[in-house]
Write a protein that binds this ligand. Sequence first.
Ligand code: MSP
Length: 667
Amino acid sequence: MRKEQRGIVPCDHCIITMTTYITTPIYYVNAQPHLGHAYTTIVADTYARFRRLIGDSVRFQTGTDEHGDKIAEAAEREGVSPKEYVDRISGMFRETWPLLDVKPDNFIRTTDPEHVLTVQNILQQVYDKGDIYFDKYTGLYCTGCERFLTEKELVDGKCPDHQTAPDEITEENYFFRMSRYQQELIDHIHANPDFITPERYRNEVLSFLSEPLEDLCISRPTSRLTWGIPLPFDENFVTYVWFDALINYLTGIGYPDGDNFEEYWRVAEHVIAKDILKPHAIYWPTMVLSTGLPLYKKLHVHGYWNVDETKMSKSIGNVIRPAELVEAYGVDSIRYFILREMSFGLDASFSSDAIVARMNSDLANDIGNLYSRTCAMLMKYCDGVVPEAVAADDDTVLRDLAAEVLQRYREEMNSFQFHRGLQAVWELISQANRYIVENEPWALVKDESRGDRLNTVLYNLVETLRLLTLMLQPVMPGTCRKMAQGLGLEPENPLVADLAEHGNWGGMPGGTRLEKVSALFPRVDVKKKKQPVKEQSKKKKSSKAEKKQKQKPALAEGVISFDQFQELELRVGEIVAAEPVKKSDRLLQLTVKAPEERTIVAGIAEYYRPEEITGMLVLIVANLQPVKLMGVESQGMVLAAKVEEGGKTRLVLSTVSGKVPPGTPVA
Ligand code: MSP
């Protein structure tokens, strides 16, 4: 039974609206799927998953747009029939989505027989109402946009999107009286500030609507184009591609009398990029008004992805294919990166440096480390069993922040500000990592008088992991399945799958037995992608060595000159990851940020456990010649005090007395 029928009335101001219908554009099959299509579809998938997480009944639709000049031309170029051609490319889109863990409820094609009937049904209604008329028209037609452009839209006589001059075409055609609904649309936009977001696109549409609207040409003569849907009232014409394509949003939910139509139309939310704002913000609502239906609920408009600051294009050869991305970086890293990197509404630039940086810092270091350290400590200190929550617990650092972050996360995800939602989640992750360093569970375990303190600290950490699993699920579903498994919970368990019921502190049941899982995000080897540190430091060293030979007199044994001392490049480094070196009891392999990341192998395994030093600021020698220790290349050295006690040596890492950024030089 629907929640509305149970008497809960959805309201525009509360986040929970009970039902959600989210759509992507239906993509033209004249090109194969690329990063741009992937972004829009991942956004819609993430939103669908988020709404399910908060208890909505959700329908998510994507599909392909298969009629029109461009498609007919592409098929001809390949020497196949349009149908054969569209079947092939549409199939590529369908096969891409599972690779990205995108799970639509419906994949619609404009060549589906029921879509053809729906388009003809609506055309007939609009025609009968007197909103379609026949007329002669001369206009500037852009094949790329599949529409006539106005003079105002041209830049240097060319279509700004396709960089081609439009063709002047005169023909008799059918027109839709868009102008009849102009005022009603303006009033609706004013009365519903969230109808088109972000605001910049709402303003753009209102500015466009401040001039009188021209009516919309909705047909092509069959003498010029046959690959389209025949007009029900004139067989010599097929419908213009946009009139056909936009109606997919109704066909897909069974307009006019399907159950899904009843349930979902009023809550329809469309996601598009800025390139198709006008058809969605002007053509579509006026068509809907003419059909006598209520308007869709929201239009969410995002910016464009460029690649290395350059427009993605086949001719430049920089088109990014989703399958290659998944193969190179893994599906959840891609999903996280594109949602975190792009501010919804603005353009963003894709680069492999940027994705590797986020994978190493946000994923491997921050969430990956927090997860593995917490689970490792629970395994070690509690035999892998979650302790009971401590009743009189006045340690509310993580609990208070989690409550605030949960609230912000819900608001930001609900308003398509995914990057801000993720930023909020990362504040909790960073705080939890600091909490480990500050509370030193490895010291508490040795402290006989600690009371319940160790249990409190570990419970707070594991409960934070549960809430993180809940919140990250829409963005990284695969990783969260693994996180849930490691926490000893089935991925379908409401504790990690129902934010409405279990998005409050304290849900993790004491007594749950953790399960060992592999690292969530292995680090990516930056050396392969960037100029190796090795070469840089070698260069520096040799030039200074030459200088030294020329300038320096010999010194007394054991004494160095100030110049010699200055040759040492000392810096503050942050240990962002630490792990034992295989087959060595003495060595730890550290990843140190100073400010670039490097590997340093240090002989401190007898004195420190990896989880104890992760997050610590240490002093390093940054310009040592790299050396291989037990097969691992060490690019520098960490400084430590060498304490001699009772005939034994102990190393105590050097650190700084205040928080300074990694890479700060030591003077
Ligand atoms: N078939 C029409 C849409 C009809 S919807 C009723 C169409 N198809 S398209 O294949 O060209 O897809 C355009 C959409 O693809 C954009 O609105 C956006 O969702 C996505 N993107 C294509 N290139 C993109 C970028 N470079 N960056 C971000 N998204 C982009 O228009």
